[in-house]
Design a protein around this ligand. Structure first.
Ligand code: TMP
Length: 207
C-alpha cells in the first residue's frame, strides 16, 4: 500500500498558517508531489458545517464541552473522508490545524482536563498524529492585530488576550514535549522568508 505523508501547520491566530499552507502545497506540487491541502475544522461538507457552528459569533453561549466535542466530531469526519483516502493515494496531506489545536485551545486555553482531551482524542483519531508539524510562533498582540487588519473575526478570536496567551503557551509546551515532530518557525519574519524555512524543514522530512 502506498503511503503519503501527513503535515500540519499550527499556531495562534494571525500567524499566516493558511497562506503558508497554500504556498507549501504549491511548492510541493511544482516539485512533482501529489498534494492535498485541507483545514480544521473543515475539509469535508460535514466538517465545514460544524466549522460554521463553532466559529459563528452568534454562538457566544456555547459550552466549552460542546466546543470540544464539535472539534472532535469535525475531525472524525475529516480523517475518514479526506485525510486517510489522500494518504492511501500517496499524497502529501497539508492541514491548516489538527489535534494540537484542541490541546492548545480547549486544554490550555479553556482549561478542560488534558486527560479528558486525550481520551476523546483516542476515540476520535486513535491518537493519529501528523508525521510533521510546523508551529508558527508569534506574539499574541501581533497575531490578533494582523487578523483585525484583514477583518477576520470569529468566536474564538473574540476571546481576550489572556486566553490567547494560554493557547500560545500550550503550543510551546507541546513543541517542547515532542521536538522531533513539532518544529517551531518564527512567524514574525517576512512571508517568503517563513516560506523558505518551512520548505527546508519539509524537504528534509520528505527525504
Ligand atoms: P482558523 O482555522 O481560521 O484559525 O479558525 C479555527 C479556529 O478554531 C481558531 O480560532 C482555532 C480554533 N480551534 C480550536 O479551538 N480547536 C481546534 O481543535 C481547532 C482545529 C481549531
Amino acid at each position: 500500500m502506498k503511503k503519503g505523508i501527513f503535515i500540519s501547520l499550527e499556531g495562534i491566530e494571525g500567524t499566516g498558517k493558511s497562506t503558508q499552507a497554500k504556498l507549501l502545497s504549491k511548492h510541493l506540487s511544482k516539485k512533482g508531489y501529489k498534494t492535498a491541502l485541507t483545514q480544521e475544522p473543515g475539509g469535508t461538507l460535514i466538517s465545514s458545517q460544524i466549522r460554521k457552528v463553532l466559529l459563528s459569533t452568534k454562538h457566544h453561549r456555547m459550552d466549552y464541552m460542546t466546543e470540544l466535542l464539535l472539534y472532535n466530531a469535525a475531525r472524525v469526519q475529516h480523517i475518514k473522508e479526506k485525510i486517510l483516502p489522500a494518504l492511501k493515494e500517496g499524497k502529501v496531506v497539508i492541514t491548516d490545524r489538527f489535534s494540537d489545536s484542541t490541546v492548545a485551545y480547549q486544554g490550555y486555553g479553556r482549561g478542560i482536563s488534558l486527560k479528558l482531551i486525550d481520551s476523546l482524542d483516542k476515540a476520535a483519531t486513535g491518537r493519529m498524529r501528523p508525521d510533521l508539524t510546523i508551529l508558527l510562533e508569534l506574539d499574541v498582540k501581533t497575531g490578533l492585530m494582523r487578523n483585525k487588519h484583514i477583518n477576520k473575526v470569529d468566536r474564538l478570536e473574540l476571546e481576550d488576550i489572556k486566553f490567547h496567551e494560554k493557547v500560545r503557551k500550550g503550543f510551546l509546551k507541546l513543541a517542547a514535549k515532542e521536538p522531533k515532530r513539532i518544529k517551531i518557525v518564527k512567524a514574525s519574519k517576512a512571508l517568503d522568508e517563513v516560506h523558505r524555512e518551512i520548505v527546508k524543514i519539509v524537504e528534509k522530512a520528505l527525504k
